[in-house]
Design a protein around this ligand. Structure first.
Ligand SMILES: [Zn+2]
Ligand SMILES: [Zn+2]
Length: 251
């Protein structure tokens, strides 16, 4: 059955590395395949805690190289390939994750991959039964970051500075939209989405369901994501959920 499990729901340095909540990205079961998106700190351990065999993972995707999205990528690929014995695991990521000064994928782990795909705006990559379209390149602290559409059903709005271009680049009425809503409101100029930005996306794109996640330090300490989600649901007549660690959403 198609479903999503959120390993962790903290986002941004302060919240993730002070461990206000878990991290580790999310898992998507789609048409018999298993996709792991943004395996940040703890992902490998949480997979095991949930009783999920990493060897079932078919595809790993990184939206960008920041550590809260990528720190466990090597451990997860190592486990998914059973130390290189299994040859059926692919990785899609920005080119910056594979090559150059800031690469996060170790060369010997890279060799274990059955296939590697480089995300580029407008390009769709597929592996087994999963398609991943990089619908927009985000502005996010000068790091190559993408919003991703999985099987034309799930839109993942990764970390970003809000831009009106999103309203044109993103598809309307998707089955599920996951929004990395790191900030309650913007107090200094950082490239993360706020509740107001998320609301603009919801209002214009009318997804069938929304999950808010990747909550930052101030958001978690000074506000209540659950109450915010309820308010947005009531205001727009769309089901908006605030993610909890280990939460499951059926598709
Ligand atoms: Zn992030
Ligand atoms: Zn980031």
């Amino acid at each position: 059955m198609d479903r999503i499990v959120f390993l962790g729901t903290a986002g941004g340095r302060a919240s993730v590395f002070r461990f206000l909540r878990r991290s580790g990205g999310f898992l998507v079961w789609l048409s018999g395949n298993l996709l792991h998106v943004d395996p940040g700190p703890g992902a490998f351990v949480y997979l095991h805690q949930l009783g999920i065999d990493p060897k079932n993972i078919d595809l790993v995707v990184l939206s960008h190289i920041h550590l809260d999205h990528s720190s466990d990528v090597n451990a997860v690929v190592e486990a998914a390939t059973d130390g290189g014995k299994l040859k059926g695991v692919a990785l899609f990521a920005p080119r910056s994750a594979f090559d150059g000064r800031d690469r996060v994928i170790l060369p010997f782990v890279r060799e274990r991959l059955a296939w590697e795909g480089f995300l580029e705006e407008g390009k769709e990559l597929s592996y087994k039964g999963i398609s991943v379209k990089a619908v927009m390149k985000h502005t996010h602290h000068a790091t190559e970051t993408y919003a991703l559409l999985f099987n034309n059903r799930i839109l993942y709005v990764s970390c970003a500075l809000y831009e009106d271009r999103m309203l044109k680049a993103y598809p309307e009425k998707v089955e599920l939209m996951i929004i990395n809503t790191t900030l309650y409101r913007k107090t200094n100029p950082i490239d993360h989405l706020t509740v107001e930005d998320a609301e603009r996306l919801i209002e214009h794109l009318r997804p069938q369901k929304v999950v808010l996640t990747h909550f930052g330090y101030e958001f978690l300490l000074q506000h209540d994501p659950k109450r915010i989600a309820e308010e947005l649901s009531n205001k727009h007549g769309i089901k908006v959920i605030s993610a909890e660690d280990f939460m499951e959403v059926k598709l």
